[in-house]
Design a protein around this ligand. Sequence first.
Ligand code: GLY
Length: 318
Amino acid sequence: MTTTPTIIGSERSEIGFPAAMDLLREGASALDAVEVALRLCEDNLADHYVGTGGLPNARGEVELDASVMIGSTRAFGAVGAVRGYPHPISIARAVLERLAQHCLLVGEGAELFAEENGFERAQLLTDEARKLFLEALDPSEESVEGEQTRATAGDDNYRMAAMELMKRFAPHSGPWGTINVIALDASGEMCVGVSTSGYPWKYPGRVGDSAIPGAGNYCDLRFGGAACTGRGEMSMRVTGARSIVDDLGRGIDPTQACRSMLADAATLPDLFKTELRCLALTPDGRHGGASGQVGSTYALMTPSHSEPELRPRSVVPS
Ligand code: GLY
């Protein structure tokens, strides 16, 4: 029996869908489709939340997180806080396929692995991202000063400065955030992929939910796949993607499963109070998404689509 290939993703993922759907139509794997879609997102210089052009950490360095998870085996590969490599999703895939004894590499170790495996290096901080980064640092404010920002000290000053900067940047009216892609292929296999530059002005070395199984990414072919965008610390605290998939396993539909996870996260104290979003896909092709912001969408494409379609996410006020 063949399954109808389906691909869903967070805001701005649709840039990669036509190429991914071409592959799925030809019978390629969900993993191939996810990787192709996310590489195109990582190459999108207009997108400041992923790959080249992503906004940097508190020291002005772009650090990337990414992961892939396979539904039938629950095999997981991820990298965190990687610098200088433009396609972290492909390095995450290589961890999954070539380093079976591990799931997650971070920082220098991830960069060493990328070098050993021949991944190309690149300058990730674009002029535009650097300008956005610097513009948000208002030197007239007492809490922000120094070489780039005082936000390198790891003390109260850092925390207060970072909080103000994060509030200034997200959520805002335009599409923003990490990229999630979930694909179902004709063989019935499913894969979830996530790629991000993480929070702008994050503390150097901070790894978010995008690289953590069960938090930003989870896939279990018995029930479905889920992924998160936005405030990764919250999805780590509630193991967001895993809790959505658990609800799918209880027969709860994807939209309601996403809503329940956001409602749970909203009960927790969080000084930063930035938005969390999520989406989910089942092995029989049902899908849904939720967010804390009115007007947010997720992208959908099946073989009958000539181009990606945007669907509204259900809103859960936080
Ligand atoms: N959800 C992405 C991050 O927190 O880095």
